[in-house]
Ligand binder design. Structure first.
Ligand code: ATP
Ligand code: MN
Length: 462
């Protein structure tokens, strides 16, 4: 018989029909007359109650049904009198696919801490919390593609292995097939990368932006959505060594339009999740964060504040608040500063613009004041920076001057500069860290808990 997913079974039209359900046992209880099994198949947060009339089944039949075991049941779906459920299955036949020894199965008991579950990342998707998070993550990924596709953006795949080390967004992981025990050396005693796989030094990408600009200046508007690698040795709840980033890049677009795009984009994704993952988000709110739904609705319904870095620094200086890191014009804002602006001062998301050029990347468009660049960071409650973007410097000479000032090695970057040599246009873009969005929408507080297999310093087990 065709299997019905538990997500689809709470359908009044199915009442009094015969159904087959397959899944993993969450619990079994009962007595010698009747037994109740809570079954979950991952299709939703809901479990289905399966009722075993013990005149049809023996103790022997039931023994393998322990928490974590996998079974198939065929029976009649009936309206349920039990509280909290609308229907249940009265079992006629039972097939056990796999047992799960209660002595050994780590999820035998409920209520494990998130820290413990990180140590069993291979099994944690079977918990309510992680299955909910992963379903929300999947829905958000779909919303992201839908948002851009509806607006005529093209999905561009940028390389994960790169020879450019000019982006400066973070420390890079090197990619090599050289024998590390016997590195070939040049006459000057340096590593001879001409013998390496690509004939030069290569790394995993920290951003697809530079290649994204090549796409935008051909297709008009593109977005990337792929893995990104940063060897930052910062053990924070907001940084991963491997994370997913979405980077739209748009030709004929200035910083104001870029801000509109970022705001519409985030609101669209959150709205989509609220509409399609209601049960999961409500579950997560109940378990971890009572304010979650309020916060999500507020962000969707408010207008983000827009102000310059200089104005932001003024507010921080006048706040009278004691921060761990000092605030002064020219300082790179820390998460505590960002969150003060968002959570305490404005009480809604903030887009900060026009940062000092010294703390931003070389490609950002220079303002006429000679001090600031057209950067825009979107700052969110609980998260701090969720998006970093800018209008790009489209003027070849200004870009080159900045590159020389900073001493950026551009020998491998001639291709990037060609965008400014041939048919250059004003253009803008930004990067959204996917896991930071998933953090915000799920109300989780550690980024390790919103990606199936987190990569962080000293951790690549699963
Ligand atoms: P931060 O200051 O928080 O380290 P950043 O300024 O280095 O971030 P960008 O280079 O602007 O980050 O990258 C764009 C976006 O990618 C950020 O706004 C953030 O959402 C996300 N991001 C950056 N680094 C990480 C990381 N290590 N793990 C997860 N997400 C990240
Ligand atoms: Mn940034």
């Amino acid at each position: 018989m065709k299997r019905t997913k538990i997500a689809d079974i709470f359908d009044p039209a199915l009442i009094d029909t015969t159904v087959t359900v397959k899944g993993w046992v969450r619990s079994r209880r009962g007595n010698k007359h009747v037994q109740f099994v809570a079954l979950n198949d991952g299709s939703s947060i809901k479990t289905l109650q399966v009722v075993f009339d013990m005149s049809k089944f023996s103790e022997e039949d039931m023994r393998p049904i322990t928490t974590g075991s996998s079974i198939a049941v065929t029976g009649t779906l009936v309206a349920s009198m039990g509280k909290g459920q609308t229907c249940e299955v009265q079992a006629d036949t039972l097939e056990v696919y796999g047992t799960a020894d209660p002595e050994a199965y780590p999820l035998q008991k409920k209520g494990h801490s998130l820290e413990f579950l990180r140590e069993i990342a291979h099994l944690r998707p079977r918990t309510n919390t992680f299955s909910a998070v992963l379903r929300v993550r999947s829905a958000l990924a779909f919303a992201i593609h839908r948002f851009f596709q509806e607006r005529g953006f093209f999905y561009l795949n940028t390389p994960l292995i790169t020879a450019s080390d000019a982006e400066g967004a973070g420390a890079m992981f090197q990619v090599t097939t050289l024998n590390l025990n016997e590195l070939p050396k040049t006459e000057e005693g340096k590593i001879d990368y001409s013998e390496d796989f690509f004939g030069k030094m290569t790394s995993l990408t920290v951003s697809g932006q530079l290649e994204g600009e090549l796409g935008a200046t051909a297709l008009g508007a593109i977005y990337t959505f792929g893995p990104t690698f940063r060897a930052e040795n910062s053990n924070t709840p907001r940084h991963l060594a491997e994370f997913w980033m979405i980077e739209p890049e748009v030709a004929f677009c200035d910083i104001a339009e870029n801000m509109d795009l970022a705001e519409d984009f985030i609101k669209y994704c959150i709205t989509y999740a609220l509409e399609t993952c209601k049960d999961d988000i409500e579950f997560l709110a109940k378990m971890y964060d009572e304010e979650l739904l309020n916060r999500l609705n507020e962000v969707v319904n408010c207008q983000f504040v827009r102000l310059t870095y200089t104005e932001g620094v003024d507010i921080l200086l006048k706040s009278g608040k004691k921060f761990e890191f000092p605030v002064y014009w020219g300082a790179d804002l820390q998460s505590e500063h960002e969150r003060y602006l968002v959570e305490e001062h404005f009480r809604r998301p903030v887009i900060l613009t026009d940062y000092p050029k010294e703390i931003k990347a070389f490609y950002m468009k220079q303002n006429d004041d000679g001090k600031t660049v057209r950067a825009m960071d979107v700052l969110f409650p609980k998260i701090g920076e969720i998006i970093g973007g800018s209008e790009r410097e489209e003027n070849y000479d200004k870009l080159m001057t900045r590159i020389e000032e900073l001493g950026i090695p551009m020998k491998d970057m001639w291709w990037y500069l060609d965008t400014r040599r041939f048919g250059t246009v004003p253009h803008s873009g930004f990067g959204l860290g996917f896991e930071r969005l998933v953090l915000f929408v799920t109300g989780m507080t550690n980024i390790r808990d919103v990606i199936p297999f987190p990569r962080t310093p000293k951790n690549a087990e699963f």
